[in-house]
Each structure stands twice: as structure tokens, then as C-alpha cells.
Design a protein around this ligand. Structure first.
Ligand code: DX5
Ligand code: ZN
Length: 224
């Protein structure tokens, strides 16, 4: 089995969110972004309960795994991540990010995820203060700052939420990835990179464009 690792901190990674991709042609969409040289892809998992939308579950992830060598970064927007994490790991995801809003013992859950052989991300909704993750942030591999209310792609970037990236970066230092998700495009990329984000999730700005490769390169240029 190929061991897929979260790219080491110190590089800016564009992380395409398949939420905006053509769901009937997901394997082809992954092949195109892989051609652009991305190392990871962001899988938005929604349960219709934690967020008012439903996307894909383990069976779809398992089939996608057969078609792609990319690092699968699963963003679980679900009420009970502990219940479903094992199924997603079995299906082939490499990182699991859960929401701090639904987890009472995050340190324990991070340990469980590491024990299952995946990296662990902790996510903050736009209205959740950084304080909520302060004590456990150093245990995680990645902190995800939402810059839209989770549930849908193509929403407007929330500037006040992005400002939290700076505080998160100050807490975790350079050795943990700080991911940002929601409304990332060529205009917002310089702002979030300036605050210290190094992992840029982008849905509409990539899959909403005819030429996905050019769109990824444009975000890369904007990050420099
Ligand atoms: C939102 C998801 C995001 C979404 C971002 O609930 O978590 O990953 O795909 O989409 P854009 O980049 O279009 O804002
Ligand atoms: Zn996401």
C-alpha cells in the first residue's frame, strides 16, 4: 500500500474541494487536478444534520481511492465524526478533520485518529473563537479555519473569520498546517496567506473554471 502523507509544513498547498466538481465525473476531475501537480484533494462530507446539505459517504470515497493517488483530506461536517471515522479511514482517506463544535474530548479523538493511521485536523466555524482549540491545537496535524458557514460552495468570504488565522498561526507555530476553507480565490489568497495560512481549499475558484489547471496556477501565483 502506498503511504500518503500530509505535505510537510513550509509549503503552500492548493487543495481543490471536489464539492464544486462534476459529481458524475469525479475520477476524471481528480485526474485533472493531479495533472496540475496538487498533492492533496479536499473531500467535503456532509450529513444533512450538522450542516443543511448532504454529499458523499464512504462507498464513494472507496471507489475514488481506486482512481487516485492524491492525499485525501476529509472534512467531516457531520454531527458524529467518531461514529463514521473508521468507515472513512477504511475507504482510504488520509486525513480526517472534525469540527470542534461537536467534539467534547478532542485530544482523545485526535489520539484515536492517529491510532487509525491518519492525520487529524480540527476545524473552527466562523463564529467559533480560537480559544476553543487553544489547549489541543498542538496535538493536531492541521487546524482548519472556516471562512464561510459550512454546507455550501461558492459563498462569500467572511473577512472577520479569516482574521482568526493569524491567532491560530501564533498558537501552533510553523510546524502545523493552517488550512483555510471558503471563498478562496485569487483575490482572497493573498489575504489568508498574509495571515499565515498554508493550505488553501478552493472549490468554485477551481472547478467553476473551464481550465482547472490554469485556475490552480493562478491561485499559486496569488499566494506568492
Ligand atoms: C463548505 C466546504 C468547502 C467548500 C468551499 O462547506 O467546506 O470546502 O467546498 O467552496 P468554495 O471554495 O467554492 O467556497
Ligand atoms: Zn471543506
Amino acid at each position: 500500500m502506498i503511504k500518503r502523507r500530509l505535505p510537510k509544513p513550509g509549503t503552500i498547498e492548493v487543495n481543490p474541494s471536489i464539492l464544486a466538481a462534476d459529481f458524475a465525473r469525479l475520477a476524471d476531475e481528480l485526474a485533472v487536478v493531479e495533472k496540475a501537480g496538487v498533492k492533496m484533494v479536499h473531500l467535503d462530507i456532509m450529513d444533512g444534520h450538522f450542516v443543511p446539505n448532504i454529499t458523499i459517504g464512504p462507498p464513494v470515497v472507496e471507489k475514488l481511492r481506486e482512481h487516485s493517488n492524491l492525499f485525501f483530506d476529509a472534512h467531516l461536517m457531520i454531527t458524529d465524526p467518531r461514529k463514521y471515522a473508521p468507515a472513512f479511514v477504511k475507504a482510504g482517506v488520509n486525513n480526517i478533520t472534525f469540527h470542534i463544535e461537536v467534539e467534547k474530548k478532542p485530544a482523545e479523538f485526535i489520539r484515536i485518529l492517529h491510532g487509525m493511521g491518519v492525520t487529524a485536523g480540527v476545524c473552527l466555524n466562523p463564529e467559533t473563537p480560537v480559544k476553543a482549540i487553544e489547549k489541543i491545537a498542538h496535538l493536531a496535524d492541521m487546524i482548519l479555519v472556516m471562512t464561510v458557514h459550512p454546507g455550501f460552495g461558492g459563498q462569500k468570504f467572511i473577512v472577520s473569520a479569516a482574521k482568526k488565522i493569524r491567532t491560530v498561526r501564533n498558537i501552533v507555530g510553523p510546524k502545523i498546517r493552517v488550512e483555510v476553507d471558503g471563498g478562496i480565490d485569487v483575490k482572497t489568497t493573498p489575504i489568508v496567506v498574509g495571515y499565515g495560512a498554508d493550505t488553501l481549499v478552493a472549490g468554485r475558484a477551481i472547478f467553476g473554471e473551464k481550465n482547472r489547471i490554469a485556475a490552480i496556477n493562478a491561485i499559486r501565483r496569488a499566494s506568492k
